[in-house]
Design a protein around this ligand. Structure first.
Ligand SMILES: Cc1cc2nc3c(=O)[nH]c(=O)nc-3n(C[C@H](O)[C@H](O)[C@H](O)COP(=O)(O)OP(=O)(O)OC[C@H]3O[C@@H](n4cnc5c(N)ncnc54)[C@H](O)[C@@H]3O)c2cc1C
Length: 231
């Protein structure tokens, strides 16, 4: 892990209170797809955000930050980024990065802004031309929560990616999956023993998914998620 200074290249809203942030490090940084960085707010206050870019896009570090009004923790970060031309970050962190050694089909399950973690992994697989089967399950309260669903649908054109959006509060005309995202995974994979599973989102989601997925055959060593370091 090292501390680096980055130029804040852009902070732009993707949708409502979700921001796309681009940081330009002084020199290119190496990391594993799916790792995270910490923004240094103060010496005793460092806040984690998943890297949304792949390691191959090394001139820019992309982040997706959900900062609704009731979330001062993230809003303060957005305010600091908007005011500062330069910012200090520490990276890389996390043990839930992409495992290059496994050849199993990949299931990435994310909630809300956990999508940034999925984006880093999927773009890495595409950038390095790996022929891997990928199932992406992305859960949100509504379609607005799936703030880059057009990009996820574009990945489906690559044939190796199957994208399954899952909405908690679906509009009447929604014909896709409804409910919590881990329930949709459980419904579709009666036997999870042959999958490599990557998870990012709320800790509560990661927690219930671990219990349910292992009951449905997933060996614990095939489950990856930074949440498990904290809960
Ligand atoms: C290492 C690390 C990295 C982080 N990276 C980021 C980041 O890059 N960007 C960021 O904004 N924040 C980040 N955070 C903070 C935090 O994890 C996110 O704020 C959170 O995951 C975002 O959830 P959301 O509000 O977008 O999802 P929500 O809108 O609350 O939920 C989305 C979906 O998740 C599922 N879900 C939610 N709660 C439950 C539950 N209780 N049980 C079952 N399923 C549930 C549902 O399917 C729901 O539709 C990070 C935290 C850590 C520790």
């Amino acid at each position: 892990m090292k501390r680096i200074s980055c130029k804040v290249a852009s902070v732009s809203p993707i949708l409502d209170d979700i921001f796309n942030v681009e940081l330009q490090p002084q020199e290119s940084q190496s990391f594993v797809a799916g790792q995270y960085l910490q923004i240094v707010m103060a010496e005793d206050d460092k806040r984690p955000f998943s890297l949304a870019s792949s390691p191959e896009q090394d001139d820019v570090l992309e982040l997706h930050i959900g900062a609704p009004e009731g979330n001062p923790y993230a809003r303060q970060v957005i305010d600091k980024l908007k005011k500062s031309g330069e910012i200090e970050v520490e990276m890389p962190f996390g043990n839930a990065g992409f495992d290059e050694t496994s050849q199993r089909p990949i299931l990435i399950m994310v909630g809300g802004t956990g999508f940034s973690y999925a984006k880093s992994i999927i773009e890495h697989i595409v950038d390095t031309e790996q022929d891997r089967e990928i199932y992406l399950y992305w859960g949100g309260r509504n379609l607005g929560g799936l703030y880059l669903h057009e990009l996820a649908y574009q990945w489906e054109e690559l044939d190796q990616v199957k994208f399954v959006p899952v909405l908690e509060q679906a509009m009447p005309q929604w014909t896709g999956k409804k409910g919590l995202v881990h329930e949709a995974v459980l419904e579709d994979f009666a036997d999870m023993s042959g999958l490599e599973v990557y998870i990012a989102g709320r800790f509560e989601m990661a927690d219930v998914a671990r219990t349910a997925f292992t009951k449905q055959g997933l060996p614990i060593e095939q489950l990856h998620g930074d949440a498990y370091e904290f809960i």
